[in-house]
Design a protein around this ligand. Structure first.
Ligand code: HEC
Ligand code: HEC
Length: 193
């Protein structure tokens, strides 16, 4: 009997994990999509690192990241850490939809690939893959870039003058080392990840 209870409890737990959290449906899906592949310029959350999703929500809630008020209707109902974790894990487990095919200038692409994989040590820009992963999959050190909307990445490749939480400074310092042509090349390359 004990064993049966355990099996039932386990299957209930896995069903609960597979089902989208109610709050994601009610609070996030209208913009980010139920599968996390919402339309540009709203960032995709599908496949994004769970810790990153939770961390950014925290910063936006505390006003440490400017979101243009996008989440102001959300905070009243998103107070509980367990809810945030559940939503973050749910979106992290979704599949990123393939990016739209487009033609990219091969020279620009090659320059972007070189910067991504080798950096530009002369100006102090480290290779991107060391934090964001070889395929842009992200990891514990940095968010996923692969499959992200180009328009959103372009917005995020601008250095901000706002005071930043220390954990954001690393990326901000890197952005300051890059020229406009570097950024264009990197955006071209990131669109292929
Ligand atoms: C009204 C539309 C809207 C709703 C609802 C909304 N978001 Fe967003 N979200 C945005 C926009 C727009 C941005 C980009 C903000 C910026 O950087 O300017 C964003 C950014 C984010 C980011 C940062 C992504 C990144 O790659 O840095 C996370 C994480 C996020 N939202 C999670 C959520 C979650 C979880 C919910 C539900 C609890 C939610 N959002 C509800 C519009 C929305
Ligand atoms: C030392 C680690 C590190 C390196 C190297 C690095 N990044 Fe980042 N990057 C981060 C972190 C951490 C964040 C999240 C910053 C935040 O929370 O605001 C980030 C954020 C980003 C974002 C915003 C993603 C989003 O969803 O909002 C983009 C785009 C990006 N990096 C591109 C690059 C590119 C291109 C390079 C190479 C020139 C690079 N990064 C090198 C750590 C790194």
């Amino acid at each position: 009997m004990k064993a049966l209870t355990l099996v039932l409890a386990l299957s209930a737990a896995s069903t609960a994990l597979a089902a989208p959290p109610k709050l994601a449906q009610q609070l996030c899906a209208a913009c980010h999509g139920m599968d996390g592949n919402g339309p540009p310029p709203i960032p995709r959350l599908a496949g994004q690192q769970a810790d990153y999703i939770a961390q950014q929500l925290d910063w936006m809630r505390l006003g440490q990241r400017d979101d243009g008020g996008a989440h102001k209707a959300v905070w009243d109902r998103l107070k509980n850490d367990a809810d945030i974790q559940a939503i973050a894990r749910y979106y992290a487990a979704q599949k990123t939809a393939p990016p739209p095919a487009k033609s990219i200038d091969p020279a620009l692409l090659a320059r972007g690939r070189k910067l991504y994989t080798e950096g530009n040590l002369a100006v102090g820009a480290p290779p991107c893959f060391t934090c964001h992963g070889e395929q842009g999959e992200g990891g514990s050190a940095a968010p996923r870039l692969a499959g992200q909307h180009a328009a959103y990445l372009a917005q995020r490749m601008k250095a901000s003058d706002m005071p930043q939480p220390p954990a954001r400074m690393e990326m901000q310092e890197i952005l300051k080392t890059l020229g406009q042509d570097d950024v264009r090349a990197l955006l071209a390359y990131m669109a292929t990840l």
